[in-house]
Design a protein around this ligand. Structure first.
Ligand code: ASP
Length: 343
């Protein structure tokens, strides 16, 4: 009987708290050898691991779309040599990066697992060690037929695996910093890692395709009591803004006063893409429910369903990068591309 070859996982270290130490002047990142020293358990793994380190290492607050392109290209260039990828990333923008990569990598048949930590890996009570070891285990996991258990872009944090484009950072200090409010976890760790196989996505037959042309001309407008006409006008009719994510109340409601709906209508008339997402953590947009939502729909906004704001931003960047026609983008926003919305 031939033995299955050992899985190989590529660790891509971008920075973040997981690999930081105290410089006396705030936390600064240290190089990957530092992580290996702090997590000797990595040497005990049954899988082969290699690493790539970003230069410079960054606090994820400095993440830019060019870094997502770099990440996507590293994954593509190493795709045939590894069974899975673990991206070590700061928590602040991890949900944005995981969302972006989920749209940029189409036809993924291997896991791309983001993880990080709330405490540096060198500190005694760190959550980084468990997060890192488990993320590697998930990236290497295969089903009996040899295919990857989770061929998706996902986030491993505090014993849970969540679909990247469904996830949002909800706590600045707790170990359970991330939540996937509209989709149950893809996996959970107890003594074993239990996979929620019914909801894990599997690729079609086209192979990996990259989408690295991103159009970032998007603004996010959070509706709030007291928002002024000037602010709404500046964003919704602003130059250099091709799409606006409207973060609305509840199930997609905004101010019903004519001054506001007129600006929305004018914006849509100028061809801008207006995507309605809810500011609530969970649930979805239904613009037919209340008159205030209906007014937005009639004015030309499209529903984001139960997408996260991070997912909406990433989806727009990729779709707008691919298509010059805004009507086409609006049409595609309604499609479930990478499991980012419930349909
Ligand atoms: N500011 C850090 C970052 O996002 C926070 C963290 O890693 O948790 O890079």
């Amino acid at each position: 009987m031939t033995k299955e070859p050992k899985s190989a996982v590529l660790l891509i270290y971008t920075g973040g708290t997981i690999g930081m130490k105290d410089s006396g002047n705030g936390l600064v990142p240290f190089n990957f050898d530092g992580i290996l020293e702090e997590v000797p358990e990595l040497r005990k793994l049954a899988f082969k691991t290699d690493s790539v380190t970003f230069d410079p290492l960054i606090d994820s607050s400095d993440v830019e779309p060019s870094m997502w392109v770099k990440l996507a290209e590293i994954i593509r260039d190493n795709y045939d040599s590894y069974d899975g990828f673990v991206v070590l990333h700061g928590t602040d923008t991890m949900a944005y990066s995981a969302s972006a990569l989920s749209f940029m990598l189409e036809g993924l048949s291997k896991p791309v697992i983001f993880t990080g930590s709330q405490l540096p890996v060198g500190s005694l009570r760190t959550d980084g060690r468990e997060n890192l070891v488990s993320a590697i285990e998930v990236a290497a996991a295969r089903e009996e037929n040899g295919t990857a258990s989770v061929p998706e872009v996902a986030i491993w944090f505090d014993s849970k695996l969540m679909r990247g484009n469904r996830t949002t950072k909800v706590n600045a200090t707790a170990f359970n910093a991330f939540r996937s409010p509209n989709l149950p976890p893809l996996a959970e760790a107890g003594i074993n890692i239990r996979y929620n196989r019914g909801i894990i996505l599997h690729p079609g037959s086209g192979g990996l395709r990259l989408h690295t042309r991103l159009d970032t001309r998007v603004a996010i407008l959070k509706i709030h009591p007291g928002i002024t006409e000037q602010v709404a006008r500046n964003v919704l009719l602003g130059d250099g803004i091709r799409a606006v994510i409207l973060e609305t109340y509840g199930s997609g409601n905004a101010i019903s006063k004519p001054w506001f709906t007129n600006i929305v209508r004018e914006s849509a008339k100028r061809g801008k893409i207006l995507l309605n997402v809810t500011q609530c953590l969970a649930g979805d947009v239904d613009m037919n429910l209340y008159a205030t939502g209906k007014a937005l729909k009639d004015a030309g906004a499209v529903s984001g369903g139960d997408i996260t704001t991070e997912g909406a931003l990433a989806k727009l960047f990729v779709l707008m990068g691919e298509h010059a026609d805004n009507e086409k983008v609006k049409h595609l926003l309604a499609e479930n591309m990478r499991g980012e919305i419930t349909k």
